[in-house]
Design a protein around this ligand. Sequence first.
Ligand code: 13P
Length: 322
Amino acid sequence: MTDLPNDIPVKDLIEQIAVLKKEREAVILAHNYQPPEIQDLADYTGDSLELSMIAAKTAAKTIVFCGVRFMAETASILSPEKTVLLPVLEAGCTLADYATAEEVREMKKKHPDAVVVTYVNSSAEVKAETDICCTSANAVEIVRSVAPGRPVLFVSDYNLGHYAAKKTGREVILWSGCCPTHALLSTFAVAKARKKWPEAKVLMHPECKPEVLELADFVGSTSGILRHAKEQPDGTSFIVGTEVGILHRLQKENPGKAFHAASDFLICPMMKMITLADVKASLEKTQFVISVAADVRKRALKAVHAMLQYQGAAAPQFPQKV
Ligand code: 13P
């Protein structure tokens, strides 16, 4: 991480970023888990699906991706002519590290009739071995869209694959990978939170474990959770079973509602790496450029495109800055 020079007030730093952004014809995208000041700085905040759709369509020459590596990689797969910057190179995703291209090839040999559906939280090389990608926002629909009679090989989140299998009744071969942050949420923690806030509705991300999802009132992607909370009347309170970064937007967009983290341990360290100083350095020094080798990109693009085309008219509107 770049140290915040203590002689630069945050307000000045934000102004300097705005100038650099204009010079570079850049757009700043931030995932819903990013620190509050990064979300507030961004042109768009959203879930993985929304951000990849913006990356595919933006007219900006440079995309500063405030998220984790696989998200910047997806942006580069979709828009190779643009400069895609990840302000902190070490911002990775443990879940994405659960599958390698070699392992997927091995599984494909074992299950030659399976359709490979890969969670977007994966490397470009793994996407290149994939028939169709999915995100947490569309995993159920994508699994349902697979031709009847064909099994699905779901890479690499066990919990999301299990959820999609349960919702669709389809035969899904599960991968043994998980998001260590969501996997931390236990039934005990949810029961404890329910006892503390008995009126609250429980919102959860499908990366949580199956037995924990059983306790949810609503399951959705980060933006799905945001939309659902918005639709509920003022005065409603919620227990939120996903990374705590989402609480910033939830609270900001719903001042008349109360939000409580289901557990204080729901923190993704990778999503907390990028600072305002990193964003400034990223624009100033053109760092760190994320690109994908042409042959891998071509194959990975097919799988990402298959997902985006499938989204079609049902695709959500780009999130507007709030
Ligand atoms: P969303 O696509 O729901 O924002 O989730 C991304 C993610 O990495 C969850 O851990």
